[in-house]
Design a protein around this ligand. Structure first.
Ligand code: AMP
Length: 419
């Protein structure tokens, strides 16, 4: 009997895994440079947390959750997104009682029961940030910038940043009614009509041409923001301009999760087909109170590692170091093999990635293995070399070979690899 990875999931194996690590590192590097602390929360939570925290009417909650009862009769759900769990942890540990804003980052898998296709999987990984207790538009701008900068640092040039404000508890209800009135006058199917009653802003995001054609004159949220929201949005925009971030005002941008207010943004890429969003986020004032914490503002993002890798591929970028080693030791003879064990220990302790062959492989096979490892240097160690306390250091790029005293070896390699 043979098994395969479950439908909608995939393995991350070499050589791809090097790209995976590099992309995950690039996305998380930006928050680490900006004073964000690391958090890690369980991969499953009380089902109720997601129902409240993500929103009862969202596709994620109604159709996509992996929910199960554990042996103790609790209803648990594999996390479909990161924000709810991280906010629960902030409230549970009282992090908001320290200095504000709380700024944290995290990385990990999320699970959604979706119809798998390119860029859409049942397990995907996000790097996210969440901030709690800051109302300053400079914080919104920082969060947007971190996301944009992460993509820039990978060398991606085909991304676009879409920006919108969704208003707040003050101004959104009136806009919502206005939009509903407008939608009621359109020729829509039953499902869409129902959606218009529950969450009318989602209808604006409908991808079908026959729906879009009717939406040309739909009222736009940005024309109906209250004074405070308008001011906040203007400030976010001008900070982004100062930061040199190019953004597109996108008054129809709504995101799939219910909790967003004011700033919302998405980073999309032209080379990915239907699943074009690499990541996005926004402000979620009030969300912490929804899950039982204090009523503090917050803003954050989630960036998809899987789709970012697809974008890196689409642009033909080489990201990540596929070499496994800096140094590859080739022992020739029994005494050399014995000495190799301690030599590797010393090289590794000096921070040099080093490997060898096993099982007494001959010179030819061992040199092939050295090449395949991506090492810059091979150390050929024969029994006669050992007697003279030297080793042959071969630069695998230039082919140049020098005899180096064993005692100076680590220092010599460190000097030539610049590590
Ligand atoms: P969301 O949590 O829905 O706002 O998604 C944030 C980002 O996570 C998206 O832009 C994608 O890059 C990624 N993402 C969300 N769902 C999936 C999925 N099913 N498969 C792969 N990536 C996903």
């Amino acid at each position: 009997m043979s098994f395969q990875a479950p439908k909608g999931t995939y393995d991350i194996v070499p050589p791809r895994s090097a790209t995976w690590l590099a992309v995950r590192e690039a996305l998380s590097r930006q928050p680490r440079l900006a004073g964000y602390d690391y958090v890690e929360t369980p991969m499953f939570e009380d089902t109720g947390l997601f129902v409240r925290g993500v929103g009862e009417s969202t596709d994620v909650v109604t159709k996509e959750m992996y929910t199960f009862e554990d042996r103790g009769g609790r209803s648990l759900t594999l996390r479909p997104e990161g924000t709810a769990g991280v906010l629960r942890a902030i409230a549970e540990h009282g992090l908001h009682r320290g200095q504000l804003p709380v700024k944290v980052w995290y990385v990990g898998p999320n699970f959604r029961y979706e119809q798998p296709q390119s860029g859409r999987y049942r397990q995907h990984t996000q790097v996210g940030v969440e901030t709690i207790g800051g109302d300053d538009p400079a914080l919104d701008a920082e969060v947007v910038w971190l996301a944009a900068e992460a993509m820039r640092s990978l060398g991606l040039t085909g991304t676009r940043l879409l920006l919108n404000s969704l208003g707040c508890r003050e101004c959104r209800p009136a806009y919502r009614e206005l939009l509903q009135d407008f939608l009621r006058g359109l020729d829509l199917d039953d499902d869409t009509r129902r959606r218009a009653e529950i969450n009318p802003m989602r209808v604006l995001d409908d991808k079908r041409a026959e729906v879009q054609a009717q939406l040309t004159d739909a009222p736009l949220i940005t024309d109906h923001l209250c004074g405070a929201c308008k001011e906040h949005h203007e400030q976010v925009r001008s900070y982004l301009t100062d930061l040199g971030v190019e953004y597109e005002d996108t008054p129809r941008l709504v995101r799939g999760l219910d909790y967003y207010v004011r700033t919302t943004f998405e980073i999309v890429h032209g080379g990915l087909g239907a699943q074009s969003a690499l990541g996005g986020g926004g402000r979620y004032d009030g969300l912490l109170a929804t899950i039982g914490g204090p009523d503090l503002g917050g803003v954050g993002f989630g960036l998809g590692v899987d789709r970012t890798i697809l974008a890196v591929d689409a642009e033909g970028l080489e990201v990540g170091d596929r070499s496994r080693c800096d140094v590859f030791v080739v022992p020739l003879g029994a005494a050399a093999r014995r000495r190799t064990v301690t030599l590797l220990r010393d090289l590794r302790r000096a921070g040099l990635r080093s490997d060898t062959t096993y099982g007494g492989q001959g010179l030819k096979g061992a040199m092939k293995a050295a090449d395949r490892s991506g090492a810059a240097f091979a150390l050929v160690l024969g029994d006669r070399d050992l007697e003279q306390h030297v080793v042959q250091l071969k630069d695998l790029r230039s082919g140049e070979q020098t005899s180096v005293p064993l005692d100076d070896l680590v220092a010599a390699i460190v000097a030539s690899t610049g590590q």
